[in-house]
Design a protein around this ligand. Sequence first.
Ligand code: SF4
Ligand code: SF4
Length: 196
Amino acid sequence: MKTLKLGENTFKLAWSIIKDLKASEYIGVLKCIQCGMCTSVCPAARHTDLDPRVISKRVLDNDENLISDDLIWNCFYCYSCHSVCPVNNSVCEINQILRQKAIKKGNGIPEIAPFSNYAENFLEFGLGSIPINFFDELVQDIGEDWLQLKVDLEDIRAELGLAPLTLPEEDVQDINKILEKTGFKNRLGKIKRVKG
Ligand code: SF4
Ligand code: SF4
C-alpha cells in the first residue's frame, strides 16, 4: 500500500491563501471535497471558462500558474460560491487573493485599469463613489431618474437634516496622506502609466 507523503511545500499556495489578511478566519481551502456546488451556482462559469471547483483543485494541487492565468479575472465577486460551499471554502476570496498576487507580479493591469477611476475618486473626494465615466451606462441601465437623484441628493439630504456627503477638504487631505503612505498612490500611478 502506497503512503502519501506530504512535504512542507505540498500545500504552499493553499496556505499562503489561508494566511492572507483577506481570507476569512475559517476559510476551508484545505477541506474542499470537489463537490462542484460552487460551479453549479457560478454565473461566470455559465458564460466563461472559469470553473470555481477547478480553481479550488488547482490551489490544492499547488498550481502556481493559476496566479498568471487569465481565468481568475472572470470572477466578479458575487459570493454565490462562498454561500453554498458545504465546507466553508470560498473561491470568491481565493480569487481575490490570487488577483492580489497577480498584481504584485505585475499582471492584471489591463483588467483593473478600467476601474482606476474608482481609486481616483478616493484621492479626489476621500470617499468611494461611482466614477463619472460609468454614468452614461448607468443611465442606460437604470434610467434618467438615477442621474437626477445624484444631482438632487445633497438638497434632499439637507431637507432631511442630514449632513453633506462630501468630506471637508482637510479630511480629504488627511486621507490623501494615508493613501500616499500606504503605497496606494504609487500603485495607482503604475496602473495609469500602463493604461496610457
Ligand atoms: S463548493 Fe466548496 S467543497 Fe464543493 S467544490 Fe466548491 S469549494 Fe470545493
Ligand atoms: S464569486 Fe466568482 S467564482 Fe464565486 S460564484 Fe461569483 S463569479 Fe463565480
